[in-house]
Design a protein around this ligand. Structure first.
Ligand SMILES: *Cc1c(COP(=O)(O)O)cnc(C)c1O
Length: 375
């Protein structure tokens, strides 16, 4: 028998979440009489742990897909995806130009070294590119004072038939928690890109779900948003659950109880004895540990569902097991169904918060040893 743990990926949730985001954009845009922007569904990191093979058919209605691994982009083409694919970090080395060319990939261009490579390359047709501005996050992109020069260099490559400048992009650092900081980034973007041709792409999930940003956005319908996390049914906002936006969890991590026992008053649980019972209680051992991708930093009190009843984790998470409180589930037994996160259990965001991290990290980190099923 395989170990009783699995991750289930709901294709209908993925499709539902994309449709929900699309609808919200439409509504927000119709208020100022504009068309909804195009959507790059972000599927980097193996579609946030959901599998490229699942994401490609589930996101069939997206206008394009965005990622950063060339292997993932090529897999999308193999799976028959014929619409645009955006490489969020662009090329890493000269050899990547041939891949961009052969597979008609759209590339971000964020530094002079990439322009140098493009300038020295031959292509069969102009490569579609988005030119990235560093508007304050200080990760990738040209500084505002370098942006127009970089753009001019690329326009020269455009003349030579090497590139086709499709758009201008940037990335928000605090769209989830600081509207003022986001507004400053947006103002910088508008100023630095003014008068330069191309569509606009600046919005991650948090910005896409924040309609108040919309009136300030340049580009009108000629705009591409780049939602990721919300498409997987998790929230980009601390303290605002995903269901508030009508999103459904797409990944469910479930396991079973492999042991049930009584814990005596004064007895402790697990490594470090971090939980000690004040009274006699029933506990269960779940076939899930940190080697499965469950966060070791989740401590006593982290929510978990046993046979549909919400209860809590006890003590430290081990490599292959964790212990739960069965007090609210008196009928629980060996084989009882346990949902660690997802449908029928706590949200991945709740578990992440208890572990001092974010849902993104947990969704991406489910271990290869956990069998994954698409439904
Ligand atoms: C990951 C990523 C996104 C999507 O971010 P979410 O917060 O998951 O919506 C958008 N743009 C870029 C450049 C990214 O790297």
């Amino acid at each position: 028998m395989p170990r009783p743990i699995s991750a289930t990926i709901s294709l209908s949730s993925l499709t539902h979440n994309l449709a929900t985001v699309s609808k919200q954009l439409e509504t927000a845009c119709s208020k100022n009489g504009s068309k909804r922007p195009s959507i790059w569904a972000v599927i980097k990191a193996n579609a946030y742990g959901h599998g490229i093979r699942n994401a490609v058919p589930a996101f069939a209605q997206a206008d394009g897909l965005a990622m950063l691994d060339f292997d993932e982009a090529l897999l999308c083409r193999e799976l028959g995806w014929d619409k645009p694919l955006l490489m969020l970090e662009g090329l890493f080395e000269p050899g990547d130009v041939a891949l961009l060319d052969r597979h008609r990939l759209v590339s971000a261009v964020h530094c002079q070294e990439q322009i140098d490579i493009l300038a020295a390359s031959k292509v069969s047709r102009p490569l579609d590119i988005f030119v990235k501005l560093n508007s304050g996050m200080n990760r990738l992109g040209f500084a505002p004072e370098q942006y127009s020069d970089a753009f001019r260099r690329l326009l020269a490559l455009h003349e030579r038939g090497t590139v086709n400048i499709v758009g201008k992009m940037s990335h928000f650092a605090r769209a989830d928690d600081d509207p003022d900081a986001t507004r400053r980034q947006l103002d910088l973007f508008i100023k630095a890109t003014q008068g330069l041709p191309g569509s606009v792409s600046v919005c991650n999930s948090a910005a896409t779900l924040t309609p108040t940003i919309w009136p300030a956005l340049p580009g009108g319908p000629d705009q591409w948003v780049r939602p990721g996390i919300c498409l997987y049914g998790a929230s980009p906002f601390d303290g605002r659950p995903a269901d508030e936006f009508g999103l459904m969890p797409a990944q469910t991590l479930a396991a079973k109880l492999i042991s049930v026992s009584e814990l005596q008053a004064g007895a402790s649980v697990g490594y470090g004895y971090t939980f000690t019972s004040s009274a006699k209680m029933r506990i269960g051992v779940v076939a899930c540990g940190y080697a499965d991708g469950y966060p070791r930093h989740a401590g006593t009190g982290t929510p978990v569902t046993v046979d549909g009843v919400r209860t809590r984790l006890l003590g430290r998470v081990s490599m292959d097991m964790l212990v739960v409180d069965l007090t609210p589930v008196p009928n629980a037994h060996v084989g009882s169904h346990v949902v660690l996160w997802g449908q029928g259990g706590p949200s991945v965001d709740e578990v992440a918060k208890a572990a001092g991290t974010i849902g993104y990290e947990l969704l991406c980190a489910v271990a290869p040893r956990v069998p994954k099923f698409a439904v």
